[in-house]
Design a protein around this ligand. Structure first.
Ligand code: DGL
Length: 260
């Protein structure tokens, strides 16, 4: 069973990508809706919540964990790896690898929550791989609430996107990392704003699913121990109408959220 957690329902874009790529795997999801958003919280608080979420998933049978929240991954990945003896995947490194492999101009843009951008983790990891690349980051704190409200095609969302993306376009980026699991829901709007042929979008939900697939292929002994029998489970620490709607939008079907 693969445990996936996020601060809310945005991480379901990761669950959806895993389900699409590896349909036989059983997923157990935890969305910490009662304490969302993480992106505006301190690293200490995000680390504490990430430990709670991991413990919850492990106590419910998870055999590997995906941190499906950039804000959590940016500050808590190493601590979770030290603390728990379970494979821990996160959304940042796979997206970095893809961005570095994709850019031709050497100018990479990254958008994310304040916590993710403030951590500097994308710049650090991209520079570690290739010191000559230039990274331009932009915190986009209004995007998560807009997605949570379901304003996926609203005029206001388009205006805000224009404002956030203009400085990155000026830097002549050719690759843009969607450094927040909510942003794949705005992918079409973002792609339209930055220009389809000019800038390639990197979707961390797809990249982390591919990384998990590669890990399972390379570690057959581990893969064999995974349970495959029962249906996927979606737990949340609070239920709201907006969350139910967003989950439905992500999966294209009704998702039974269970409050714990
Ligand atoms: N899903 C979170 C992320 O990827 C953003 C939501 C939040 O701020 O909690 O960073």
């Amino acid at each position: 069973m693969i445990g996936i957690f996020d601060s809310g329902v945005g991480g379901m874009t990761v669950a959806r990508a895993v389900e699409t790529l590896l349909p036989d795997l059983q997923i157990i999801y935890y969305g910490d809706l009662a304490r969302t958003p993480y992106g505006s919280k301190s690293p200490e608080t995000i680390i504490e919540y990430s430990i709670n979420n991991t413990e919850f998933l492990l106590s419910h049978g998870a055999q590997a964990i995906i941190i499906a929240c950039n804000s959590a991954a940016s500050v808590a990945s190493e601590i979770l790896r030290q603390k728990f003896d379970t494979p821990i995947f996160e959304v940042i490194s796979p997206a970095v690898n893809r961005a570095v492999a994709t850019t031709q101009s050497g100018n990479i843009g990254v958008i994310g929550t304040r916590a993710t951008i403030r951590s500097g983790i994308y710049t650090q990891k991209i520079k570690q791989k290739s010191p000559d690349l230039r990274v331009f980051s932009k915190a986009c704190p209004l995007l998560v609430p807009l997605v949570e409200e379901g304003w996926l095609n609203a005029r206001e969302t388009k205006m805000i996107l224009r404002k956030y993306l203009a400085p990155l376009k000026q830097k002549q980026i050719d690759t843009l990392v969607l450094g927040c699991t909510h942003y794949p829901l705005l992918k079409d709007l973002i792609q339209h704003r930055v220009g389809k042929n000019r800038i390639k979008l990197i979707d961390s939900s797809i990249e982390v699913a591919l990384t998990l697939q590669a890990y399972l292929d390379e570690n057959p002994d581990f893969s064999k121990t995974l349970q495959y029998e029962t249906a996927n489970k979606y737990f949340v620490s609070d239920i709201t109408k907006a969350a139910i709607n967003t989950a439905e939008k992500i999966f294209g079907r009704h998702i039974d959220l269970k409050k714990v």
